[in-house]
Design a protein around this ligand. Structure first.
Ligand SMILES: Cc1cc2nc3c(=O)[nH]c(=O)nc-3n(C[C@H](O)[C@H](O)[C@H](O)COP(=O)(O)OP(=O)(O)OC[C@H]3O[C@@H](n4cnc5c(N)ncnc54)[C@H](O)[C@@H]3O)c2cc1C
Ligand SMILES: NC(=O)c1ccc[n+]([C@@H]2O[C@H](COP(=O)([O-])OP(=O)(O)OC[C@H]3O[C@@H](n4cnc5c(N)ncnc54)[C@H](O)[C@@H]3O)[C@@H](O)[C@H]2O)c1
Length: 471
């Protein structure tokens, strides 16, 4: 069979989810994958990065508690950390995910997918054979994104690491230089410095500058305490790979930095360059702009784009949320059922604009959802910002000696609801979902007073924030 109700191009976490939803809705689905089923997240991003970071985090946590600290007498076992990373990347094999596709009733085509006409996808297999697939209802692009290499003299020729090579590294370089100050740069600087590299971060625009300012400040301070040279404002002017394999980076002010390896972590580019978009009047290499139900502008009615490739939010959980909305709306449209695409409707990905949660797994962790104070002000919201020192919360003081951190709640004063929340501190990741519920649920502050945090936990910061705001 080469005709399916829905054809999904890209079997990353997002493509897999949209295919699953349409099959659960009673349609047939084929999915096309050119590399490993499971995508970037499973093999080169979310899972293996967190496995690289987890050993250092566990060691730090023990060292911060007198009594436990004395029991920790050794250093991080780098080989064991790398082995655990390998297992969380499934050793870069996708049998497990392929059997999940089979159990979910989704047909897999291995090869590179290209759109050749409306509702038509050609799959070029590794053996050169081509298969033409036709969709009755929809084609869904879920091809994700790749690392963006900026236009710096000599950079491409120097074959730097992108996140892929860093995440899959077999050895820890003695000296690692990093271009970028975003999420990948901060997490990888944390991981590699804890694994033993001497790390230099060239953070042209600051560290994690899109978060609340105190987040980047606390992470920068902690990276420097670990011995990382964080160079805020430093910009690479040219790069050279030397004959001995080392890399020399000349900054725009003329200073030279020498390293054994260079990681470029300057954002992402959409995997749409070789997707046949021109065959349906769209621009190759561009991000795909979509409506609230993930339909691509310019090809309404049959083409959808979900996950990284639509640039709404470059996070796995948010892409999977889009996939649930898109999968269900494709089914509804196919069956002629009503579409609920209004704000917070079943078929709309409203949270993408209002309540995106993210954890940055640095030391300290950053857990945030919704708008920053600056973002809310720029959106014209009349806000009140309430901050609290996390270390002053009894549960936090108990959790780790010398606990340092801060939490911020951004309140929409006209509506009496929280529109943004950020917590920075050791182990704040698990605090986040409470904030996400408050922001997505638009829970009135008056009612939040009735959500009592257990004592003595770090969550007690919620009570302190509410008390500072006043009843
Ligand atoms: C280092 C790093 C760490 C990250 N950590 C986190 C994290 O902790 N939490 C989080 O939420 N997000 C994290 N992210 C972001 C997350 O990885 C992405 O948001 C997520 O992978 C997007 O999923 P996707 O399915 O849209 O795309 P992808 O995971 O990129 O999957 C797309 C798939 O499509 C395939 N493909 C592309 N083009 C074609 C084609 N023409 N034909 C056939 N197949 C094709 C690709 O091979 C790939 O398998 C991280 C990203 C990076 C780089
Ligand atoms: N824990 C997580 O949730 C997690 C972890 C890693 C990655 N991610 C996702 O992956 C995506 C990619 O991460 P990223 O760190 O590559 O991108 P990013 O957008 O977070 O950061 C890019 C950084 O590079 C800098 N930069 C851009 N162009 C530059 C240039 N020419 N020279 C020097 N610096 C430059 C920016 O100022 C910024 O600091 C992010 O959008 C993020 O959502 C998420």
């Amino acid at each position: 069979m080469t005709t399916y109700d829905v054809i999904v191009i890209g079997a990353g976490p997002v493509g897999e989810n949209v295919a699953d939803r349409v099959v659960q809705g009673g349609l047939t689905a084929a999915i096309v994958e050119r590399e490993l089923v499971g995508g970037e997240c499973s093999y080169w991003a979310c899972m293996p990065t967190k496995a690289l970071l987890r050993g250092g985090a566990a060691l730090r946590a023990a060292r911060r508690v007198p009594g436990a600290r004395e029991a920790v007498t050794g250093e991080l076992d780098v080989a064991a950390v790398l082995r655990r990373r390998d297992s969380f990347a499934s050793n870069w094999r996708d049998e497990g995910q392929v059997s999940w596709l089979e159990s979910a009733g989704i047909t897999l085509y291995r090869g590179h997918g290209r759109i050749t006409a409306e509702r038509v996808v050609e799959v070029s297999g590794a053996d050169g054979a081509a298969t033409t697939l036709t969709a009755r209802h929809a084609v869904v692009v879920a091809t994700g994104s790749g690392a963006l290499i900026p236009d710096v003299e000599g950079l491409r020729a120097a074959s730097p690491w992108t996140s892929r090579e860093a995440v899959a590294a077999k050895e820890v370089p003695g000296r690692l230089a990093v271009i970028g100050g975003g999420v990948v740069a901060s997490e990888m600087a944390t991981a590699f410095s804890e694994l033993g590299s001497s790390v230099t971060v060239l953070a042209r625009d600051g560290v994690l500058h899109l978060n609340e300012p105190f987040a980047g400040e606390l992470v920068t301070e902690s990276l420097r305490d670990k011995g990382v040279a964080v160079r805020i404002g430093a910009e690479a002017g040219s790069v050279k790979r030397n004959a001995d394999g080392t890399v020399s980076i000349t900054l725009t002010d003329g200073e030279q930095i020498h390293a054994d390896e260079l990681l470029v972590a300057t954002g992402r580019t959409p995997n749409t360059g070789d997707l046949g978009l021109e065959s349906v009047g769209l621009t190759p290499g561009a991000w795909l702009t979509v409506d609230a139900t993930m339909r691509v502008a310019g090809a309404e009615g049959w083409l959808y784009a979900v996950g990284d490739v639509n640039r709404r939010v470059l996070l796995t959980h948010q892409g999977k949320y889009q996939a649930r909305a898109a999968g269900e709306v494709i089914v509804a449209r196919a069956k002629g059922e009503p579409v609920d695409d209004g704000e917070w409707g079943r078929h709309a990905a409203t949270a993408d604009e209002r309540a995106v949660p993210q954890v940055v797994f640095t030391d300290p962790e950053i857990a945030s959802v919704g708008m920053t104070a600056a973002g809310a002000e720029a959106a014209g919201t009349r806000i009140r910002v309430v901050d609290h020192d996390l270390g002053a919360v009894a549960g936090a003081a108990l959790h780790a000696e010398g606990y340092r951190g801060r939490a911020r709640m951004v309140v929409d004063e006209d509506r009496g609801v929280i529109v943004g929340f950020t917590a920075v501190g050791p182990d704040v990741a698990e605090l986040l979902h409470a904030a996400t519920i408050a922001v997505a649920g638009e829970v009135p502050l008056d009612r939040l007073w009735h959500a009592v945090p257990a004592f003595p936990t770090v969550s007690e910061v919620w009570l302190r924030l509410l008390e500072s705001h006043g009843r």
